[in-house]
Design a protein around this ligand. Structure first.
Ligand code: NAP
Length: 227
């Protein structure tokens, strides 16, 4: 039975990934900051042991290793999905929020990849997926602002590219993904896609992952995005 690990799995895109993967018969380890409070996540439990909920705080540098010690066996997908957005603009953008975004959006996914690469390599699908955004594209930036979010996701993209090269000998495929503009707490009600639509698209992309896709930056539609 395939097994996925999803971070930020208590709401938004992460929660929907858990829902759809469980529906497809997968085992899912859902990593969340507050397992006790994750009511929506717990409500998805099919009661057959396929949903495992673990504590994980991406702002803790030791969190990935601690999580790894609790998850055994091959992992077909490790999805670094947890993320934060800072809306601080020019004049107040260089504060603590900037460091926090870098930690959660870029450093934590790298720590996850370091902790789980061997378990991913032992699986069938062998995918590490990074939840990026086209706001991390430098070429696509025509509106400025959003310094911490853009910079941290650009850093995540750089991390993904290096991982794709370093993990190639293990056969691990690293996908850098933009989910679209999605109606979630972060995306807001104006988003163009529902979580259902976005996650269906992301899981379809992941299902056809192959080595030629590793280290590329994909829109949920499957198109390559510019760096
Ligand atoms: N929505 C969009 O339009 C859009 C577009 C492009 C990219 N993305 C990316 O998609 C990912 C998910 O976003 P979303 O739209 O689903 O946002 P969301 O509804 O705000 O969910 C964010 C998730 O990240 C978790 N998280 C935040 N800080 C964390 C930490 N320190 N440790 C562990 N988990 C943490 C949250 O957990 P808590 O509930 O504990 O805070 C929550 O589960 C993010 O990486 C985001 O950048 C979203």
């Amino acid at each position: 039975m395939p097994h996925a690990l999803i971070t930020g799995a208590n709401r938004g895109l992460g929660l929907e990934h858990v829902r759809q993967l469980l529906q497809r018969g997968w085992t899912v380890t859902a990593a969340v900051r507050d397992p006790q409070g994750a009511a929506d996540l717990k409500s998805l439990d099919p009661g057959d042991g396929r949903l495992r909920i673990e504590a994980y705080d991406a702002s803790d540098p030791g969190a990935a290793k601690a999580l790894q010690s609790k998850v055994s066996g091959p992992l077909d997908i490790v999805f670094a999905n947890a993320g934060v957005m800072s809306r601080a603009g020019f004049g107040s953008a260089a504060g603590e929020d900037f460091i926090t975004a870098m930690q959660i959006n870029a450093q934590a996914p790298l720590a996850l990849a370091e902790a789980f690469a061997d378990q991913v390599a032992r699986s069938q699908l062998k995918v590490i997926a990074l939840q990026s955004t086209r706001m991390g594209s430098i070429a696509d930036n025509t509106s400025g602002g959003m310094y911490a979010y853009r910079a941290s996701k650009a850093a995540l993209n750089a991390v993904g590219k290096s991982l794709s090269i370093d993990l190639k000998p293990k056969g691990v495929i690293v996908l850098i993904l933009h989910p679209g503009w999605v109606k979630t707490d972060m995306g807001g009600p104006g988003g163009q896609l529902t979580v259902t639509e976005s996650v269906e698209g992301q899981l379809d992309l992941i299902a056809r992952a192959n080595p030629a896709m590793s280290g590329r930056f994909f829109h949920v539609s499957g198109q390559d995005l510019p760096w």
